[in-house]
Design a protein around this ligand. Structure first.
Ligand SMILES: *Cc1c(COP(=O)(O)O)cnc(C)c1O
Length: 363
């Protein structure tokens, strides 16, 4: 076979461990998964009801235009229907953007550590890329600007950033966007947008008119609690969206998923409730960290990146044996830390107990 050369240096995505696998391996009855930033409160209850009661035309191809969902989302965000692109998760939008703009003659810029799919897709397309180190968990935007070359086609911004959780102050983002040449697409990946509580935060959709070279990525996988359905979307100028649409697979979102996302959009109260409950839990992590003298990054998301004593793999393994699945920072580019999804009040109380055991063992 004549595989692309780059595949020899790459690995398929390694998902976190499933609760079933961990139960079996460690002989546990209860396992709490706090590793993938899913919504611990589930999805809107109206979605579950809808799924029980609705029959779909399963033999018919999906509406490749996702017409109703598109209408509702455009209305919700106050944007035109032509400015939205749906993906099979925002993961797929990242792939589509890379496929549309990157090749061997192009260059792209991203922070590190961050969501790994930006670099992963750049590699597949054979593009050169520059990874700009975070400073104190935060994008170093002036270094991103300094990395621009005449080949740069895409700049990736993860806001708030995964895995640190930091949010870019609006004035800094604005200043950055003003300095980026308009010939470069700036991707603002906002998978955790719904969780942001910083009162100074400004919705980046308000920037679309002023900056025709940005695309904002959002998803139904996190706060909406619909990760299994795989619906993400990008919002940008109709020109950007129509180019990307040429690459999108015609039926990339299935009928059931689109119907469910449409239903979930009706329930703003659920999202606000999850945001508020999450903030309370995030603050408990903050208190836990400061009480125990552990560094934790400022998070505006539903996860925290917190320091551990000793090796992060060992810390994650210790918590796993107690029934808590978390992500070791060794795999995220943040050794010495673990990433924990802020679960429910009860889940977090259990996690704190297990973490205290870990601290005792390492004294
Ligand atoms: C979870 C996540 C995504 C992927 O979301 P999907 O819509 O489920 O593909 C994208 N970007 C970031 C930063 C994420 O954390």
């Amino acid at each position: 076979m004549q595989w692309k050369q780059v595949l020899s240096e790459m690995n398929p995505y390694k998902p976190g461990r499933s609760t079933e696998e961990v139960k079996k391996r460690y002989g546990l009855n209860e396992v709490v998964k706090l590793a993938s930033n899913e919504n611990p409160y589930g999805c809107p209850s109206t979605v579950a009801e809808f799924l029980r009661s609705s029959l779909m035309p399963y033999e018919i191809y999906p509406d490749g235009h996702a017409t109703t969902l598109r209408e509702k989302l455009a209305e919700k965000h106050g944007v035109s229907e032509e400015s939205i692109l749906f993906g099979n998760g925002s993961d797929e939008i990242i792939t589509i953007i890379s496929r549309a703009l990157l090749d061997e003659n192009k260059h792209t810029i991203m922070p590190t550590p961050t969501f790994p799919q930006y670099a992963h897709n750049a590699k597949i397309e054979g593009a050169n890329f520059t990874e700009v180190p975070l400073v104190n968990g935060q994008h170093d935007l002036s270094a991103h600007l300094a990395a621009i070359t005449d080949k740069t086609a895409v700049m990736w911004i993860c806001n708030p950033n995964n895995p640190t959780g930091n949010l870019i102050p609006h004035a800094e983002l604005l200043d950055f966007l003003q300095k980026v040449p308009k010939s470069i697409l700036v991707v603002l990946d906002e998978a955790y947008f719904e969780y942001v509580t910083d009162p100074a935060h400004v919705d980046s959709l308000t920037l679309l008119d002023k900056f025709p070279n940005i695309i904002v990525l959002r998803t139904f996988s996190k706060a909406y609690g619909l990760a299994s359905f795989r619906i993400g979307y990008g919002i940008g100028s109709s020109e950007i969206i129509s180019q990307l649409n040429k690459i999108r697979n015609p039926f990339n979102n299935n009928t059931l998923a689109v119907a469910v996302a449409t239903k979930a959009l009706e329930d703003d109260a659920f999202i606000y409730q999850c945001r508020d409950r999450n903030e309370v839990q995030r603050n408990r992590y903050k208190d836990f960290a400061s009480k125990n003298g552990l560094h934790m990054f400022d998070s505006e998301t539903n996860f925290v990146l917190i320091e551990v004593p000793g090796d992060a793999d060992e810390a994650a393994e210790f918590l796993l044996k107690q029934g808590y699945i978390v992500r070791s920072g060794n795999a995220l580019g943040t050794p010495g830390y673990i990433r924990i999804t802020a679960g429910t009040d009860e889940q977090n109380s259990g996690l704190f107990e297990a973490f205290e055991q870990l601290l005792l063992e390492n004294r």
